[in-house]
Design a protein around this ligand. Structure first.
Ligand code: ZN
Length: 96
């Protein structure tokens, strides 16, 4: 039986933290992770930032694909805006 009011020292931040703030690890003798949850979160966050991994590569491809789309859309949009502006000017001149 695990007593949740027990304390355990996190091997990362060296703080004495309640075991309920540790992640579970079945491979460990005490059934708990070496590191507290906040250290694990930090570690995961920083490793994701360092190597974005396959998913991020996929996202990047999508980003580039969408970027091309966006650029061509923007070009069309600008052209249309120009034409609209031009016809506005023409209409104004006609009205005067
Ligand atoms: Zn910690």
């Amino acid at each position: 039986m695990m007593i949740l009011n027990e304390y355990k020292v996190c091997s990362k931040c060296k703080n004495n933290i309640r075991v309920c703030f540790f992640g579970k690890d079945k491979n460990r003798v005490d059934g708990l992770n070496y590191n507290c949850k906040s250290c694990i979160n930090k570690k995961q966050k920083s490793s994701n930032e360092k190597n974005p991994g396959r998913n991020a590569g996929h996202c990047r491809r999508n980003y580039l694909k969408n970027h091309e789309k966006r650029v061509s859309y923007q070009k069309k949009y600008n052209q249309r805006k120009k034409l609209e502006k031009l016809s506005e000017i023409i209409n104004e001149n006609m009205a005067n």
